[in-house]
Design a protein around this ligand. Structure first.
Ligand code: SF4
Length: 292
């Protein structure tokens, strides 16, 4: 939950989640739609799906007990090198390294690494440094947590609090007056503008909605019928949308224009507004739903 999301934002999600799914078994048995609903608003929904897949794997392959073997941890869905290192070192005290955005910033500054941090060669150096550090640490859990905490609270991307930094004497970037140049800035993403027509089709107080198919982005989430190229329904040329919403996902800046449409279409599910609010909705469509 905390990947790319601040602690204050996560707390109510975490509390709701733990009330609904307090154990690995409960998560493994939950309906996928319930899991998505609990995650709704946090984004990066593959994490919720992977979490449930991992819970199922732990139940079937490890008797419901989280494995402590590094290989078994890495074999769980959604767990990459960083997460495996964090779990291994913090939960089980193993000398496993972690390199995330915060750790990258600290290591590049301390060791004066000016190269692009996304480059394979630089990543290799960063992981090697982190590995050497945990291998020489008395308490690798404390070391890894300190690195993450230092990055989050002292070594900020802009205006780090160097006077309060416990490693300031070892910091090459500070010594060389190069804090603003390290880590090297990567190119800002180029956004692509997209416009999507959304069709609000009603039958009395009910709205027609459809579920996103398996394998698609946001699979399993619900949304109003829509079309990216405007070919599903013909909208009169001068028609004005009755509602609009804006939403950014990865490199796309999306504008949703919602039109009220008459149609005999039956593919999908007819729901009242109250029923719609209980379904997991994609972010842009949820904004439209709030306006209805
Ligand atoms: S001295 Fe400043 S730049 Fe260097 S690690 Fe500490 S906070 Fe970051």
């Amino acid at each position: 939950m905390l990947q790319q999301t601040q602690v204050a934002t996560v707390i109510p999600f975490w509390q709701r989640w733990m009330r609904a799914l307090p154990s690995i078994e409960k998560l493994a048995c939950a309906k996928p739609e319930r899991v998505l609903k609990l995650w709704e608003g946090l984004g990066y929904y593959s994490r919720a799906r992977n979490l449930q897949a991992a819970a199922k794997q732990i139940v079937t392959e490890h008797n419901g007990c989280f494995p402590d073997d590094p290989e078994a941890i890495r074999a769980l869905p959604g767990i990459g090198r960083y997460t495996a290192g964090a779990i291994g070192s913090i939960a089980f005290g193993r000398a496993q390294p972690i390199v995330d955005g915060n750790v990258t910033r600290i290591l590049t500054r301390i060791f004066g690494i000016c190269e692009n941090t996304k480059a394979k060669a630089t990543q290799k150096i960063l992981w090697l440094l982190a590995e050497t550090m945990v291998a020489n640490a008395d308490d690798c859990s404390a070391l890894n947590q300190s690195l993450m905490e230092l990055g989050a609270t002292v070594c900020h991307p802009r205006q780090p609090d160097c006077a309060a930094c416990p490693v300031r004497r070892s910091c090459a970037a500070r010594r060389e007056n190069a804090i603003d140049q390290i880590p090297a800035k990567s190119q800002p993403p180029r956004y692509v503008e997209k416009s999507i027509e959304v069709y609000l089709i009603t039958r009395g107080p009910r709205y027609l909605v459809q579920q996103r198919p398996e394998g698609a982005v946001n699979a399993g989430f619900w949304e109003f019928p829509n079309s990216e190229n405007g070919t599903s329904f013909s909208i009169p040329k001068n028609a004005q949308p009755i509602a609009t919403a804006r939403h950014t996902i990865t490199r796309y800046r999306i504008k949703l224009n919602a039109y009220s449409i008459r149609s005999n279409r039956t593919q999908g599910k007819w729901c009242s507004l109250n029923e719609l609010r209980k379904l997991p909705f994609t972010a842009g469509h949820r904004k439209l739903l709030k306006g209805l």
